[in-house]
Every structure is written in C-alpha cells, then in structure tokens.
Ligand binder design. Sequence first.
Ligand code: MLT
Length: 272
Amino acid sequence: MIVTVNGAALACWTRGRRHPTALLLIHGFPLDHRMWAAQMAGLAAQVHVIAADLRGFGRSSASPVGPLTMDQHADDLAALLDHLEIGRAVVAGLSMGGYIALAFWRRHRQRVQALVLADTRAEADSPQARANRDAAAAKVREAGVGALADDMLPRLLAPANLTNPRLVAAMRAMMTAQPAATIIAALAGLRDRPDSRPTLPTITVPTLVVVGEHDALTPPADAAALAASIPGARLVVIPAAGHMSPLENPRAVNVALRRFLAAVAAAAPAQP
Ligand code: MLT
C-alpha cells in the first residue's frame, strides 16, 4: 500500500491486522522494509505488524532535499499510524531505526505502547564519525552506492555470516537498491542527529534492547549501557549475529520479540 504523508509517498506493508497490538518496524541504513521479512512472517500470528520504507528508501518516493532527519522520519511514521487508524504501537527500530524510535518517543510518546531498540545507540556521532559520514557521501557521489555497500558489509554482519552467500547477496542487493540521493541525504541526517542520552531516563514504557553478540558497530557492552539507562529495560543478546541480528538470527530475534510482545499485551491491552 502507498500512503501519502507529509508530502512523501510511503510504501507500507501490514500483516496480522486482526490483532489489537500493533508493531511498527523501522529499518536501518541503507536498507528498506525487506530487512524485517522474517519478523513480518514470524510475528503476524501474534500482532498487527507494520513495516514501511522510510521516505526516499525502497519503494517510497525519493528526491529528498537536504538532510533526511530522524525527526522527519518519526513524523512520517506518526502520520502513517494516523492513516492506518492505529492509536498506539510497539515501536521497534534497528540502528538508524532505533535513532528514529527515540525521536518518535520524544515527539509522539503518547503513540508508543513499548519500544524495541535493536543494534542501536543513543549517542550522537563523534567528530570522527561525522567526518566519516561526509567521506562516505563523497564516495557515493564519486563511485556509487556499490562502493558504500562494499565498505559497510564487512561491518554489518558477524564474521561467520559473511561466508553465507545468500545472506551477503540479499544484503548487498538491498543496499544497492537505495537511490544515491537518498543515501547522501540520510548520511547528512545521521551525521546531524542529536544526542538521545538525555531521552533515555524519560522512557516510561516497557523497553527491549536487542543486540547481536558479534555486533561490531553497536557492541553488546554498549547495548548493556543503553538498557541500563532506560528504567526497567530488558537486554537480550542474540547469538551468532552481528549488527543485522533480525536477518542473521531471525529465529532468536523472533523468540525474544514474541516473549516481549506477549508481556506488553498482557500488561496493557492496546488502544484502538
Ligand atoms: C544502520 O545500520 O542503520 C547504520 O549502521 C546506522 C549508522 O550508520 O549509524
């Protein structure tokens, strides 16, 4: 389904519509909703699953002008929930999706039933990381999206999973399908995103932090610190996975999500 929100046409997929608890899945960078395929298939018997391509990504409308900010994505997703007539949702994001989930909490907290923060962090970019974003954007301009995919892939997957040709091919295909203009605008938005650490103690909804045991970008120790900063948050370390835990070990991620969603639904039935 294509839904026009805030001037952008967002491509959106839903499963399990009969369930009262809604789960909004927010993809990472530079990916699209397909990274959640195993969660959409595996959780639809329990919850109403919604996955969208963020503006500019996947099948959503492109041509972003200026940085693609976390706030813009969060506002788009709130408008998407409006369109779907969903009052509150469990908001789950991986990496960039986690930055957006934290922005969503700041801007639309009344819409958040619970949070899932997967392979992500609250800190803003360091000066070095900001410079790396600009270098990555320059590389995309000069050498194309494939060059960025080549640079990123070895850091996204656990070393053992880099020998899985199907997984590597699927990741590379998803990354290289994203328009260069989107990637450049997203890199600027990632570079300029705010420090979300002051947000963490304000979180009053059940929160699950998920991290791959071999995540090289947001390692388990950082995920533990993230969970410790959020009142009552739980941490689950996913074995045999790196930064892309939902793709690398979908079974373990789905088990963790099912348990968490069952507890959330039991504690506070979803509002229509
Ligand atoms: C992601 O997976 O979304 C990216 O690694 C986020 C980032 O580059 O900060």
